[in-house]
Ligand binder design. Structure first.
Ligand code: CMX
Length: 444
């Protein structure tokens, strides 16, 4: 992992430099250690959603159960120290996180600005996609609209066009990169258009400002560009949520579909429909709903004891406490910690009743969940606070929250598509068994 370089190399040039060493590393692993055993497959893995099975290559980030996520070895705190922010901002931005995820290197400020400009230049939607999205009923869920829009963008796929002409395998990654950058560039305009159509019909979208970063433009197009604190929050949230290693449902879906050589637009469209599931991308809205109900029932001036009894009420009614627990993490999610620090540093959030309630709940819930004794991780995850901050800042449309997550997750999922093509990874095809076949295997 290289630290910040005094370089003006473009993203593609930087990738061109780092890819050969990774290709060598992969070749060495395959030829010298292809038969090395790194774990067992248990029946519980097969019937338990492949939980815990070490079966995927994902290079940009690794999730440690106790430390949380690291992006090419950098913790969130490290990233906050070294990744260049937007002009006039302090938070990590999508461009610097994307550069890190793709290349394993910390970009210079100039490289980040160049990437911002490139994304802004490529940010406009083709007019047929605008007409398509405008023609969708406003009652159609924003995530369905986002998936449709992203899939339609594949008419522009450089990968598909080159594949039809018969490109060499060694050229796959360059066309994939072109598509991925183009898609990331267009996501804010697409996502904002959906927001305006559904929630503010008749309001036209501002033009993309080539001097602004990706999320600065997104915030502008959502109609919140004059709220610097919300824009900064969106920057942090979108950068932090960009990647969470490979096994989560959206990232894995992009990887699986991409492995068939479907282009990045189709692959990421599929990923968005995985993200739209209530077990995956919707938790932030569930937390908000739950905390608002708590607030309505108990008022703003609640004690720790009041929250404790509310938590037990939720648990006794057979529901999960939203925003707590995790499939991999076994300690407080550092993304939650980073968002809490963001809240603590701003008076309007420190004084916000909903944010105060989130904080108080996080002081009580782990003890209650430990006493309840079911969840393997009684600590808050990122979603314990993420939607509540949006709500405080006036982005109150719950159903839209997963769309923002969808803009974010593209950073990691599309990074991995570039690498999968650069490393020549094959089509995914795990072996499956029937229940009877499993019984037979056990008897053997
Ligand atoms: N409240 C109450 N019970 C919980 C719980 C919670 N927050 N989290 C887990 N449990 C329960 C499970 O439902 C399970 O119960 P059963 O044995 O009756 O099925 C038991 O504890 C063991 O679950 P686990 O192994 O600890 O957790 P899983 O890996 O199965 O599930 C997750 C992980 C996130 C789905 C789960 O913790 C949950 O439902 N949390 C609330 C929803 C949420 O916040 N989701 C956001 C996840 C954030 C992200 O993915 O980034």
């Amino acid at each position: 992992m290289s630290r910040r370089l005094a370089s003006t190399k473009s993203l593609k040039e930087t990738l061109q430099e780092v890819i050969p060493a990774k290709q060598e590393q992969l070749k060495r692993l395959k030829t010298e250690h292809g038969q090395a055993v790194i774990g067992d497959v248990k029946i519980e893995n097969i019937i338990g959603g492949m939980r815990g099975l070490k079966a995927m290559l994902w290079d940009a980030s690794v999730l440690d159960p106790n430390e949380g996520i690291r992006f090419h070895g950098l913790s969130i705190a490290d990233c906050q120290k070294v990744l260049p922010p937007a002009p006039g901002g302090k938070e990590i931005i999508a461009e610097s996180m994307l550069w890190l995820l793709l290349t394993g290197q910390v970009p210079t400020t100039e490289q980040t600005r160049q990437l911002s400009r490139e994304l802004a230049e490529k940010g406009e939607l083709p007019s047929f996609v605008e007409s398509l999205v405008d023609s969708l009923p406003t009652s159609l869920h924003p995530m369905t609209q986002l998936g449709i829009g992203v899939a339609a963008l594949n008419r522009e796929s450089a990968f598909q066009a080159a594949y039809e002409k018969g490109m060499k395998k060694s050229e796959y990654w360059t066309h994939t990169l072109e598509d991925c950058i183009n898609l990331i560039a267009k996501l804010p305009a697409l996502a904002a258009r959906i927001y305006r159509n559904v929630y503010q019909p008749g309001n036209s979208l501002p033009a993309i400002d080539e001097d602004l970063d990706l999320v600065g433009n997104y915030s502008n197009m959502l109609g919140h560009g004059d709220n610097h604190n919300l824009t900064e929050y969106l920057r942090l949230y979108i950068a932090l949520h960009g990647d969470h290693e490979g096994g989560n449902a959206s990232a894995h879906t992009a990887h699986l579909v991409g492995s068939t050589l479907s282009d990045p637009y189709l692959s990421y469209s599929a990923a968005l429909f995985a993200l739209a599931g209530p077990l995956h991308g919707l938790a932030n809205q569930e937390v908000l709903r739950w905390q608002l109900t708590m607030q309505q029932e108990m008022g703003n001036d609640v004690s720790h004891e009041d929250i404790k009894s509310y938590l037990w009420k939720t648990l006794r009614s057979g529901q999960v406490v939203p925003g707590y627990g995790h499939g991999v993490l076994r300690s407080p999610d550092p993304r939650f910690v980073a968002l809490q620090e963001f809240c603590d540093a701003r008076p309007e959030l420190r004084n916000s009743p909903i944010i105060q309630l989130v904080k108080k709940t996080s002081e009580v819930a782990p003890g209650v969940l430990k006493e309840h004794g079911k969840t393997k991780n009684p600590y808050p995850n990122v979603d314990a606070t993420s939607g509540c901050v949006l709500y405080h800042y006036g982005l109150t449309e719950f159903k839209y929250y997963t769309v923002i997550f969808g803009v974010s997750r593209a950073l990691g999922a599309l990074t991995q598509l570039v690498w999968a093509r650069a490393l020549g990874l094959p089509i995914e095809r795990p072996k499956s068994y029937s229940l009877d076949a499993l019984e037979k295997l056990i008897k053997q």
